[in-house]
Design a protein around this ligand. Structure first.
Ligand code: GLN
Length: 464
């Protein structure tokens, strides 16, 4: 990475200065100044001593505040984890460090990764660096803005329903969500375990591919992670101009919530792809209206279970009690004080859909829809290399514009939740600029574990 004798230190100083200058964006909750400088000095010394260098030697990385780093605070941007320090590192964190990456800090996000605008953080919202009156997207808003504003080279976020791709779209950068199970979730604070996946923010496809190569793969600490061999993505995605077969969902481009200009631009882009020799076919998708409700039923159900561990007893915030308070009031008070409004809403919703009287009507039915979506997807990938769509129906909206209307906020997840429901890899690539000045992306989805295909096509489309 760095050419000079003190290249890593120079790089870290550069990013620290930039972080300081852009403090008002609120992208970082904590910056590891001393430690990053020490790490950099050590890496510089290793290089001078002729030691074997890691694949990410001197790469400056930020971590979303849901990815554990031993000995460092982690809060999921929530009051409930107040003063909690990780006692182990996530496998992804370990792998980054083992390859010489420098972790520069912990990044702001929506509380417990629940949200689409970073307005649900207990530590204030994050600003979009291109227009500070607008949101950066969420839930990994701080991680996206850090790459957008040049505060680090790469960030790790998490994507349960779009939290990497949607902020990447709003910020004009690359956001990759790998296949469910490609990267270990060990040390990732759980929101909805059958959906959660660590994802990568980068400026270009090569950086995303290299990071994925380092952090993907089997892990004894996560029984849901795949043992499939990790391809050498960096070489496997080398330029290839061969024509591809794309599918798109007709209903997606005709959806009433889709910004007219995004629709027109995407349609024109499809025509350009066809003119360049690619096959691009419209495919019927009559389940579009079901994806958001299915996602919110299943993820809130899983969240209500996952978040039950934050009870004021084991760790984090504990409410002050009166002499008459019993154990139940300790739970109630601690959880009411510690969790923000959106997290409470989701816990209640999830508890409701799992309750015995409603389980079949909501939870079982949503699982059935998930099955149907998986079947539809397998059929599509028998014929096509990728599914394309806009990543989000609008460009980045104004701070406060949707924060009072959770349903409106949820509905905007319509294009991203699909790949989490079926577990396939997906990416948002920054191809377009709206007449309002904001960027927007194209989303590509590929078959399970076809990150090579996904990244290769993305490179082809981004680099021409
Ligand atoms: N916006 C979605 C939600 O609020 C996605 C969140 C995520 O991917 N973590 O659930």
């Amino acid at each position: 990475m760095a050419e000079n004798a003190d290249g890593c230190s120079v790089a870290v100083k550069h990013f620290l200065a930039k972080i300081e200058k852009k403090k008002h964006l609120n992208a970082f909750l904590e910056v590891y100044t001393e430690e990053a400088l020490e790490q950099a000095a050590q890496l510089d010394a290793d290089r001078l001593a002729g030691k074997l260098l890691g694949k990410l030697h001197g790469v400056v990385v930020g971590l979303k505040d849901v990815i554990c780093y031993k000995g460092h605070k982690i809060s999921a941007s929530s009051q409930i984890l107040e003063n909690f320090t990780s006692i182990y590192s996530a496998t992804a964190t370990e792998k980054l460090l083992a390859e010489g990456a420098i972790i520069i800090g912990r990044q702001n996000c929506d509380e417990f990764a629940m949200g689409s605008s970073n307005e649900n953080s207990a530590f204030g919202n994050v600003k979009n660096a291109l227009d500070e009156s607008r949101v950066p997207g969420g839930s990994s808003g701080g991680s996206a803005v850090s790459v957008q504003a040049g505060l680090c080279m790469v960030s790790l976020g998490s994507d349960t329903g779009g939290s990497v791709r949607q902020p990447a779209d709003f910020c004009g950068i690359v956001g990759l969500k790998p296949t469910y199970g490609r990267i270990s979730r060990y040390g990732l604070i759980a929101y909805a375990s059958s959906f959660d996946q660590i994802g990568i923010f980068a400026n270009n496809i090569d950086d995303a591919a290299l990071t994925l190569e380092v952090i993907a793969g089997a892990d004894d600490f996560d029984s849901t992670v795949s043992v499939k061999e990790v391809p050498v993505y960096t070489t496997a995605i080398a330029k290839n101009a061969a024509p591809k077969r794309f599918a798109y969902f007709k209903e997606v481009l005709e959806h009433e919530g889709l910004d007219k200009e995004i629709a027109t631009t995407t349609k024109k882009y499809i025509a350009t792809l066809q003119a360049a020799g690619h096959v691009v076919d419209a495919v019927d998708f009559n389940l579009l209206e079901s994806v958001v409700p299915t996602y919110y039923i299943l993820t809130t159900a899983e969240a209500s279970s996952n978040l039950s561990r934050f009870d004021g007893v084991k760790y984090g915030h504990r409410a002050k009690l009166n002499s008459t308070d019993d154990l139940t009031s300790l739970y109630k008070k601690s959880r009411s004080e510690g969790f923000g409004k959106e997290v409470q809403r989701r816990i209640l919703l999830g508890t409701f859909v799992l309750s015995s009287g409603y389980y079949d009507a909501y939870f079982t039915k949503a699982q059935q829809v998930r099955r149907l979506l998986c079947d539809t997807t397998s059929e599509i990938f028998k014929k096509y290399d990728a599914i394309i769509s806009p990543t989000v129906p609008t460009t980045a909206f104004k701070v406060g514009e949707k924060s009072d209307d959770p349903i409106e906020m949820y509905l905007a997840d319509i294009y991203t939740v699909f790949s989490n429901l079926v577990g396939i890899p997906s990416i948002s690539i920054p191809l377009f600029t709206h007449s309002n000045g904001m960027p927007f992306g194209l989303q590509l989805m590929a078959n399970h574990f076809d990150e090579v295909g996904l990244l290769q096509i993305s490179k082809q489309l981004m680099e021409g």
